[in-house]
Design a protein around this ligand. Structure first.
Ligand SMILES: [Zn+2]
Length: 174
């Protein structure tokens, strides 16, 4: 059904049914709908989604960093022990470390994509509703490379790749 042909449920000045077409998915026209309150609700919802996504991003980041650091330091300290470590075990643990690093990188890059989607929504809302476009101005800067911590830390897994590769190579040629 074409919603533009439905009549608004609001009343005109002379208490007769309003004859204006309804706004999509609603019962009211542009004049009679409570749009300001609804728009404010949408802005709050998008803002909350963005903040949830950002907090999830750092939780995941911290989890991987902690897991990798623990695994790496355990292997290194065991190697440095007087008895030394079984060669094949070092290689297996290092291979596991490399796979974990790959998941870390993928989880990070997916998280950054979702943050970017919500950022775009914030820019769009700001362009639509804020005549000063405060949010849009700042969020556009954040979309440029090397401007946010989430972008900079994307290369952190690379350090661990080098570490694990170093261990694998050292123990393969030994
Ligand atoms: Zn109306």
């Amino acid at each position: 059904m074409d919603s533009s042909k439905l009549a608004c449920k609001g009343l005109s000045e002379n208490d007769t049914q309003c004859s204006h077409p309804v706004v999509a998915n609603s019962d009211y026209c542009w004049k009679h709908g409570n749009w300001f309150a609804l728009d404010l609700e949408i802005i709050r919802m998008v803002d909350q989604h963005f903040r949830d996504e950002a907090s999830l991003f750092w939780q995941r980041s911290n989890f991987f960093l902690l897991a990798e650091a623990l695994l790496f330091s355990t292997v290194v300290s065991t190697i440095q022990g007087e008895s030394g470590l079984d060669r094949s075990l070092v290689i297996i643990v290092s291979a596991f470390g490399l796979v974990l690093t790959a998941f870390w990188y993928m989880a990070g890059s997916t998280g950054r994509k979702w943050l970017g989607h919500w950022r775009d929504q914030r820019i769009e809302l700001s362009e639509t509703f804020d005549r000063y476009q405060r949010d849009a101005k700042v969020e556009r800067i954040a979309k440029e490379p090397w401007t946010t911590a989430t972008q900079i830390t994307q290369y952190l897994p690379l350090l661990f790749v080098l570490g694990w590769m170093g261990l694998v190579i050292q123990y393969l040629i030994r």
